[in-house]
Structures are given as C-alpha cells and as structure tokens.
Design a binder for this molecule. Structure first.
Ligand SMILES: [Cu+2]
Length: 151
C-alpha cells in the first residue's frame, strides 16, 4: 500500500515536471539529418501529450514555422513562429498539426506534431488527397503520418 502511494505521487510529480518543460525541440536546419538532405526540421515527427509544448529553435537562419492550413485541425488556433525566432508553443487540443517552412515547403520542409490520441488514418487519407500540396511536402507528410501510426 505504501509503495503504491509512493508510485502515484511520483507519477504526479513527473507529470508536473513534463508540463513545465517542452516535450520536444525542433531545430530548423539548412542541411537535414539525413545524408545529402536539404532544408529540414529535426525532429520532423513530434508526439506530445495534450497540454504539451514544443520548442522551435532557429538553428540555421531563413526558416519559419506556419500551419499547413488545408490540413490544420478545424478550429485550432493558428501557429506562427517568425523567421529566425525561437518559440515554445503549447498544444491544448488533441489532433494532428502539420507545419511548414513557408519558403521551403516545396523542398519538403514540413513537420508533424501529433497531440494526444489522434486519428492517423484519417489524416493520412486527407494528406494524400488534398489539392495544392507540393509533391515533396505530401510525400514527407505521408512518411511521417505512417511512422506516427505505427508508434
Ligand atoms: Cu526553411
């Protein structure tokens, strides 16, 4: 009994600590983590609990973070990390949040933030069929969504 109570207390304390610090950091890079890769976010697939935060770090200059509006969760507040700026963004609603670097979307500089339990199948179908998405961005989102659906 004593042990159970101690574990419960530890879990509560861990939860408080996790909420206070970003769950993940996303670096904005001119050269991606893959050999020969170009402009990329690293991490590109981020999972956070509801209420979790993501820190965006302008490691290299010339990048920003904006929503891919055609795939953004309905009613969710927009996100805007200006060029060369550091920001920590908190996600209060479950869902799949695809972001892009405005000048480099066509090069596939996109990332996927999955908040809480999200329906990856629905997102994947939408991402595959939505018009007007650059081919490299669509392909990258497909890979990220597939990875998220398996983890
Ligand atoms: Cu960029």
């Amino acid at each position: 009994m004593t042990i159970r109570m101690t574990l419960a207390a530890l879990l509560v304390l861990t939860g408080v600590a996790a909420a206070a610090e970003p769950a993940a950091t996303v670096r904005e890079l001119n050269r991606g983590p893959v050999a020969g890769g170009t402009f990329a976010y690293d991490l590109a697939l981020i999972r956070v609990p509801v209420g979790g935060s993501v820190r965006f770090e302008p490691t290299d200059e010339g990048h920003n973070v904006t929503p891919i509006r055609s795939l953004w969760p309905a009613g969710a507040p927009p996100l805007n990390v200006p060029f060369n700026s550091e920001a920590t963004v908190t996600f209060d609603r479950p869902g799949v949040y695809p972001v892009q670097c405005t000048p480099h979307t066509g090069l596939g500089m996109v990332a996927l933030i999955v908040v809480g339990d999200a329906d990856m199948t629905e997102f994947s179908a939408k991402a595959a069929s939505i018009p007007g998405l650059a081919p490299k961005a669509r392909a990258k989102l497909g890979v990220l969504a597939g990875a998220a659906g398996q983890s």
